[in-house]
Write a protein that binds this ligand. Structure first.
Ligand code: ZN
Length: 240
């Protein structure tokens, strides 16, 4: 068989369009994602956090807004890291100059480099450190919110019912998928009754609610009472 006919088209690859899942919503580049310890899945091209939806599903707008927020916080943290380094170097330089002026010019003169370099550098260092901590918290909160919005969207679309489905649909790692579905089911229990989620083994570990058991017992009691009254009435009817 050497025939290549029957619809074989050697130029087919030129007509192929990248699937929408491959286009990064942040940088518009065509590329895949890779796992990331903090951002879950990131663009191979620009490093921004991404959630790849299954075929035919666009990114949920609120989910994407959260991803953008996480990306901004991540970039801000990078800048603060630089500021922290500058602060550290500035403080070290200031102390060095202050010691030199202390040696050659006396205590009063040594205060000049101290106030000019050491004080602002340490202030910058402390500010950068605390702002980095809050940026890290913001990244984590935004990533969680983005995944919850995306998973809720997939649940509503009927594409995801449990953690395994989420792994299959988005390519996320199973541990994170379980975490997202658990957060979502807790959220659903609190205020969104229209979202029904099967959170897998986690739900099975929740102890039975005693109030529910009591309600059931009361219902059973009422039932037997009612049937006893009915039986009684029937018996009376028959004797009369
Ligand atoms: Zn990108």
């Amino acid at each position: 068989m050497t025939e290549l006919g029957g619809g074989f088209d050697i130029y087919a690859h030129l007509r192929e369009r990248p699937s929408p899942q491959m286009v990064c919503p942040h940088c518009r580049g065509v590329g895949g994602v890779e796992p990331h310890p903090e951002l879950v899945l990131v663009c191979k091209l620009c490093g921004a956090p991404r959630i790849t939806m299954p075929d035919g599903m666009p990114n949920d707008p609120s989910s994407f807004a959260q991803l953008q927020k996480a990306d901004r916080a991540r970039k801000k943290r990078g800048f603060l890291g630089g500021l922290g380094v500058i602060g550290g170097v500035g403080a070290a330089f200031g102390v060095f100059v202050a010691l030199l002026t202390l040696l050659f010019g006396g205590f009063a003169w040594s205060m000049v480099p101290f106030i000019l370099f050491v004080v602002p550098s340490i202030a910058a260092l402390l500010y950068a450190r605390s702002a980095r901590t809050s940026a890290t918290k913001e990244v984590a909160a935004s990533i969680d919110a983005a995944w919850m919005a995306a998973a809720a969207d997939l649940v509503r679309a009927g594409k995801v019912r449990n953690a395994q489905d989420l792994v299959r649909a988005t390519g996320v790692d199973p541990a994170r998928a379980q975490q997202v579905m658990t957060m979502l089911s807790v959220d659903a229990d609190i205020g969104a009754p229209h979202v029904r989620i099967d959170a897998g083994p986690v739900v099975a570990q929740v102890p039975a609610d005693p109030r529910f058991a009591a309600l059931e017992a009361r219902e059973r009691e009422a039932e037997t009472e009612a049937s006893a009254v009915l039986d009684d009435a029937r018996a009376k009817n028959r004797t009369n």
